[in-house]
Design a protein around this ligand. Sequence first.
Ligand code: IPE
Ligand code: IPE
Ligand code: MG
Length: 246
Amino acid sequence: MQSELSPDPDAATLLHVGIIMDGNGRWATRRGLSRLRGHEAGVEAIRRVVEAAPDQGVGTLTLYAFSSDNWRRPRAEVSALMTLLRFYLANEIDALVRNGVRLTVIGRRDRLPDGIANAIARAEAATADGTTLHLRIAIDYSAREAILNAAVRAANAGPLSRETFADLITGETGLRDVDLIIRTSGEKRLSDFLLWEGAYAELHFTERMWPEFDTDDLADALASFHRRERRFGGLTSIAPEVVPTL
Ligand code: IPE
Ligand code: IPE
Ligand code: MG
């Protein structure tokens, strides 16, 4: 097992996996429970997956926790979700540090309740030295808005390549494109998640509801990913020609 003391020498081969954690509400409703119980069970699934990810070859994990369109939900559900996220961020710090996880949060912060913005800042600072896994949690996130904001900033920048424009979108230097996007609950759409970074992502859809997603499901998704042939527009059997600058 890797730890923050022994980062993988083959870090370049570690995958970036994105997960659209969907189905909390249906999972709960089918059991006669409130939707909030589903979200609480969803937090347990997050813990399982974050702990298992490094041993399954994942170096970066982006979890979709709350979309910018989720503000459309009933006020009580939004507020319960925010409380849950705040507890997660506050209570998880020790475990994240112990496991060498570096946490960053993507998405807008200016519309979040104060408690959450503070909890995010504290969790990011406390986990900043983690090298085993980069965990990115998307809260009040919209991929289209991230691209739009980058375009506005690009207007004042010099000439940009796809790579440098990507840095404006992600807020990081050289973040690896997402290799695999997993969506639970049987829905087959992206719902405004990682639209730029996922340009060549493999997609894995499973009927499992997020609260029941476990380490075997993650392993299944990765096994299916490793069986795919990724061509990036080329032909696998033939060495790539020199690509002209676009
Ligand atoms: C995913 O579960 C969690 C969030 C979007 C916050 P849902 O709450 O979307 O669950 P379903 O899709 O209604 O079952
Ligand atoms: C996407 O799920 C957002 C998250 C998982 C946080 P939704 O349940 O909000 O997506 P739609 O509305 O079914 O597309
Ligand atoms: Mg849903």
